[in-house]
Design a binder for this molecule. Sequence first.
Ligand SMILES: [Zn+2]
Length: 147
Amino acid sequence: MLGRLARWLRLIGCDTAYDAQLDDRALAGLAAREGRLVLTRDRGLLARRLVRRGLLVESDELGAQLRQVLGACDVPLARERLFTVCVACNGALAEKTPDDVAGRVPPYVRRTHERFRACAGCGRIYWGGTHVARALADLERLTGVRL
Ligand SMILES: [Zn+2]
């Protein structure tokens, strides 16, 4: 239900577990084991005994959700933290050189980019491009913060 919010939280560098397949009980257990804050639109989930720290996300609108979570959790929104967490799997991203990613990205991309990041979890490779500029612009628009 909050999949888009989860992806944006990862994009800004927050360790964000998200699994749409988990039921409430499994989700509450995971949060308790890993000491996580539960973000949900569901009051019933927050009432579960295992949920020690939870935040009821008030809006359906992504920008309002992001602003609420950033405000409530004191998450630093800083340019150097952006793109440090894999949006697909929540793995940590590490800096890579063009040589490191040879054979794992298209040759043209390898020739035309200096810096890459690779996910320690799923192996996905990221590099700068128009989508990065667009994500930054979207993030500024959604949060009202100039990055
Ligand atoms: Zn990943």
